[in-house]
Design a binder for this molecule. Structure first.
Ligand SMILES: [Zn+2]
Length: 149
């Protein structure tokens, strides 16, 4: 015997201390240096959206108390309010996205594409800090959801 460990202790092959580089956070350095700015953008957007949604809720309150006896009239009014409703829905959706992005920031997973796991370009995040996907995955996602509709 020439000093070889008969039990293979010390061999790193498949050992527990091997770091899985694949699971590492892929956010790029540029994004990391802009995290404070991105968080500010998200918090600002969050407050903006929250007050928008609150204003929409307040605007809706009088009609919610309105006695709904004439369904035809009610339906007509809803059609007129259609634009506002769509806008409100977009606000609520964006609010959820912004909250999710802030949660990812706290969890340390911010800036990674939800679909391919690659780092989302900083330029994209600065324009759309709540972006969940990289540009190419987002357009693929939009094409796919457009097909469903
Ligand atoms: Zn992607």
């Amino acid at each position: 015997m020439t000093g070889v460990n008969p039990h293979g202790i010390g061999q790193l092959k498949n050992g527990p201390i091997v770091i899985d580089h694949h699971r590492r956070f892929t956010m790029n350095i540029d994004t990391q240096t802009h995290l404070t700015k991105l968080r500010d953008l998200l918090v600002y957007r969050l407050h903006d959206l929250e007050s928008d949604v609150r204003a929409d809720e307040l605007a809706r309150r009088p009609s919610a108390e309105h006695d709904v006896t004439d369904l035809k009239e009610e339906a007509q009014r809803h059609t007129q309010d259609g634009v506002l409703d769509a806008e409100e829905r977009r606000d609520v959706e964006e609010l959820q996205q912004v909250r999710a992005a802030l949660a990812r920031l706290d969890a340390g997973t911010y800036g990674d594409c939800e679909d391919c796991g690659e780092a989302i370009a900083l330029q994209r995040l600065l324009v759309e800090p709540a972006a969940l996907r990289c540009a190419s995955c987002q357009s693929a996602f939009e094409r796919a959801s457009a097909r469903i509709r």
